[in-house]
Design a protein around this ligand. Structure first.
Ligand code: GLU
Length: 412
């Protein structure tokens, strides 16, 4: 899939929702156009003194229902089209979970693994200063995404706060706890993936205890999803990272302990398998939790899982999606399955605003309430309208944004 098609896919999904909601051509125009896009040059002085210039982006796709909200991605594939597509998905994701946000995404076309700690800090601070005029707790609130983590959020918060003259924790979410981060944010996306998995199994009538799960990706989403589904009684049979996968381990902690010590998941005594082999395992649940375009027209045919839970954003191409649907596989779409991250980001922002912090139990309970409500709504609309869960999730998310547009009216 070419880079343009990430945007094509997102637009095609929107088009379908607009039709299913019987919206007008004017609605389509409004909904398919990003509210604000910014491209900036991000020069970086490398540790060896050389200067490199990267491209930075921030797209505020929608601000109709509240401040723009979404992650910042450091990856070589980042460009304007991909950022618009992901910002569009954030918009429907926030509306689906009924958070008082619009949607946004940002990023830099850089390989985060190629950066030393100090290069990463310089790059992040420079990028922040370039997008500074359009972010803020009431305007647009960044968060971690692929290739960024709580360190980046701390630097963004500091750069913004230095300019403001006082600490502004609410300008980003996914911060370290001591800077106003929320308990439970680190595991939130994985926790939400696990809740979605459990509910999908229930709906399919598959016993949760002992249900087999294969997870592609062992990062911020995949690792926590693995821990959470295991806690619920499922059996994680395979995990992978960029270098490939393994199977035959005792439990997720065994893989994690090895990863912490050795920096890889190749636990001695376990069988290796390729990322493709992992996708095609005979399991109850497959969780793609890495990058986009994992499930394509090539890889979808041999998928044997009964349920696919999209931990990553846009892991399935439209062709791959059609094949999964034909095979009767239940696909829990990204904007539902991985929404736990932004839901707890919302809790973090609320806590920062109130300057009053919740305990972990409160975070987990509130996350569960919001996710369960969204899952139930998606299931209901899917049954009522006879559409897939992806279409249903879009109908709900897009519908809410369209309604908000209508009620606000057009200025002037
Ligand atoms: N990057 C995450 C996502 O794609 C989280 C965004 C946020 O917390 O704002 O949903």
């Amino acid at each position: 899939m070419t880079k343009e098609s990430a945007l094509d896919t997102a637009r095609a999904q929107l088009r379908r929702a607009v039709e299913q909601l019987h919206l007008t051509e004017n609605d389509w125009q409004t909904l398919s156009t990003p509210r604000r896009v910014l491209e900036v040059a991000v020069p970086l002085r490398r540790d060896n003194g050389k200067i490199e210039v990267y491209n930075g982006f921030r797209v505020q796709y929608s601000t109709t229902r509240g401040p723009a909200k979404g992650g910042i991605r450091y990856h070589p594939s980042v460009d304007m089209d991909e950022t618009i597509a992901l910002a569009m998905l954030m918009t429907w994701k926030c509306a689906l979970t009924n958070l008082p946000y619009g949607g946004a995404k940002g990023g830099i076309n850089v390989d985060s693994n190629s950066l030393s700690e100090s290069e990463n800090e310089r790059l992040t601070r420079r990028y922040t200063s370039e997008i500074l005029p359009i972010i803020g707790p009431e305007r647009d609130i960044p968060a971690p995404d692929v290739g960024t983590d709580e360190r980046n959020m701390a630097w963004i918060m500091d750069t913004y706060s230095v300019q403001a003259g006082y600490a502004v924790p609410g300008v980003v979410t996914g911060k370290p706890i001591v800077l106003g981060g929320s308990l439970g944010r680190a595991s939130a996306t994985g926790d939400g993936v696990a809740i979605s998995t459990r509910e999908a199994l229930r709906i399919k009538g598959i016993p949760i205890a002992g249900a087999t799960v294969a997870i592609q990706g062992f990062g911020k989403v995949g690792y926590w999803a693995a821990i959470a589904v295991e806690k619920m009684g499922m059996k994680v049979v395979a995990v992978s990272d960029v270098t490939g996968g393994i199977t035959g381990f005792e439990n997720v902690s065994q893989v994690w302990d090895h990863f912490r010590k050795e920096g890889n998941i190749n636990v001695p005594g376990c069988d290796h398998l390729s990322n493709d082999e992992l996708l095609h395992l005979e399991v109850d649940v497959l969780i793609p939790a890495a990058l986009s375009d994992a499930i394509t027209s090539h890889s979808a045919n041999d998928i044997k899982a009964k349920i696919v839970v999209e931990g990553a954003n846009a892991p399935t191409t439209p062709e791959g999606d059609a094949i999964l649907n034909d095979k009767g596989i239940l696909v829990v779409p990204d904007i539902l399955a991985n929404s736990g991250g932004v839901v707890v980001s919302y809790f973090e922002w609320v806590q920062d605003k109130q300057k009053f912090f919740w305990d972990l139990l409160e975070v987990k309970e509130n996350l569960s309430t919001i996710m369960m409500k969204a899952i139930k709504e998606v299931e209901e609309v899917s049954n009522r309208e006879k559409v897939t869960w992806r279409e249903s999730a879009h109908i709900i998310g897009v519908g809410r944004v369209a309604q908000a547009h209508k009620l606000r009216g057009l200025y002037p």
